[in-house]
Design a protein around this ligand. Structure first.
Ligand SMILES: *Cc1c(COP(=O)(O)O)cnc(C)c1O
Ligand SMILES: [Zn+2]
Length: 438
């Protein structure tokens, strides 16, 4: 763990407003946060980060209720457009814990947010900034969940929303949400990365305020996942988890959790040795971050062709990689790629513990299992896996992974006869296949 405890909070530059400013992670240039719309550095196009003159300690959060705005001391303001979000469960999963073979396993189920994914934590902050900047039209590119969250929070704020989706590659539940919450849905004949290229152009031309995770304010809200995990795990176990395993798409969450931990270390609220190892998981068909970590590269190579059933992480050009790679490396974590089959089997295993997640979410558990089998994760570790989205987001994937409905006669005797004949919805062949795939 190479995080430097002695690095104290920075002093505010002239650009700061109320002790908050934007800073380029590449060249260090600083900017006023709420004066003009800006997503990247004017000087070098590097990613921007929100910075604070005052960094929070645990006491600052007390007495502020639960959810994202409990952590206002770690955010640019005290309240915002809220549904409300955060305060998601940290499930115990004893059978899964035993079968994976770690000391403790908890599941932080972000699918329990208002629109069913962690994106809500970013939107409550991001849409509040949009209001403050006087934006009248909001936009995002999305594999689905960002569009659902933006549509809901945009409507809540009374603002027009545009969402750009890769045509035919977005799970049904997510498009349904964007539609009903009143977004204009633009289906692009291309993948997510192409949608993001277009929406960045629209934003650069001043046509809309961009709410992808390139927007540094979204990541501020998503930091609260890390703060909640640490607070709740500590309350239960009197210590912090050794490792947090999470699915990686654009690597916004990886960057956000790392920033949350860095700020706690800088304020003295967290000892560097207590920072959990950030461990990212991608699908084999969309694994540019894993490639960079395994190859020791400083930059991530864009994959033009990506494919996986875990559509939420079907991303070839993770925009937050420059923030996330140091997060994985400096916390002593790693990154791993898993097959779609391993993802489906983890999704089933979670569901059998009562935790219903969409495929991308199950990648965290699939990745943990693989790293444990390889001996990278050790048996005595306390691990939290992040599950990012709800089962109902992707009903087709759930049908494909779950039991087949069975037709039965319209009579009690007929139903009983049926039950005696076949106890399992998959039938005998299905059972045999199930035995071998376990
Ligand atoms: C957005 C999303 C991800 C990817 O998160 P990043 O922060 O972009 O890495 C993973 N899972 C689900 C369900 C998502 O909606
Ligand atoms: Zn710069």
């Amino acid at each position: 763990m190479s995080l430097d405890l002695s690095a104290s909070a920075p002093s505010a530059p002239d650009a700061a407003e109320d002790g908050v400013w934007l800073e380029c992670i590449e060249c260090g240039e600083t900017f006023a946060p709420f004066e003009a719309v800006r997503y990247t550095c004017d000087e070098c196009e590097g990613l921007l980060e929100v910075r604070y003159a005052d960094l929070p300690t645990w006491e600052d959060f007390e007495g502020r209720g639960r959810g994202v705005w409990r952590y206002a001391a770690a955010l640019p303001f005290d309240e915002g457009v809220s549904l409300p979000e955060g305060d998601t469960p940290l499930h115990r999963v004893p059978r899964l814990e035993e079968s994976v073979g770690v000391h403790r396993l908890r599941i932080k189920h972000e699918g329990m947010n208002p629109t069913g994914s962690f994106k809500d934590r970013g939107m409550t902050v991001g849409v509040t900034v949009a209001e403050r900047l006087g934006a009248d039209r909001l936009a995002c590119a999305s594999t689905g969940n960002t569009s659902a969250a933006l549509a809901a929070y945009g409507s809540r704020a009374g603002l027009e929303t545009l969402v750009l989706l890769p045509s035919g590659k977005v799970a049904a539940g997510k498009v349904a949400q964007a539609a009903l919450h009143g977004a204009r849905i633009l289906e692009v004949d291309g993948n997510f990365d192409a949608c993001l290229d277009i929406v960045q152009e629209l934003a650069a031309r001043g046509e809309a305020y961009l709410l992808n995770s390139l927007n540094p304010f979204r990541l501020e809200g998503q930091k609260t996942i890390g703060l909640e995990i640490l607070e709740e795990f500590y309350a239960d176990e009197g210590r912090y988890p050794d490792r947090i395993v999470l699915p990686v798409g654009n690597a916004g969450n990886t960057a956000a959790l790392y920033k949350a931990f860095r700020e706690l270390v800088q304020s003295g609220a967290l000892h560097p040795r207590d920072v959990p190892k950030l461990t990212g998981v991608q699908a084999e068909g969309a694994a540019p971050m894993v490639e960079a970590i395994e190859g020791g590269a400083d930059e991530v190579r864009r994959w033009d062709e990506v494919e996986t059933k875990a559509t939420a992480i079907r991303i070839g050009n993770p925009v937050n990689a420059p923030k996330a790679l140091p997060g994985i490396r400096e916390t002593g974590g790693t990154a791993v790629a898993v097959s779609d089959e391993a993802i489906t089997s983890a999704q089933r295993a979670l569901a059998r513990e009562g935790v219903g997640v969409e495929p991308a979410s199950a990648a965290s558990v699939a990745g943990l299992r693989k790293l444990r089998d390889e001996g990278v994760v050790e048996a005595d570790e306390d691990v939290v896996c992040l599950t990012t989205g709800h089962l109902l987001k992707d009903p087709d994937a759930a049908f494909a992974a779950g039991n087949e409905p069975e037709s039965v006669p319209n009579s009690t005797d007929g139903v009983l006869r049926h039950l005696e004949g076949r106890s399992d919805g998959r039938g005998r062949l299905g059972k045999l296949i199930g035995l071998f795939s376990r």
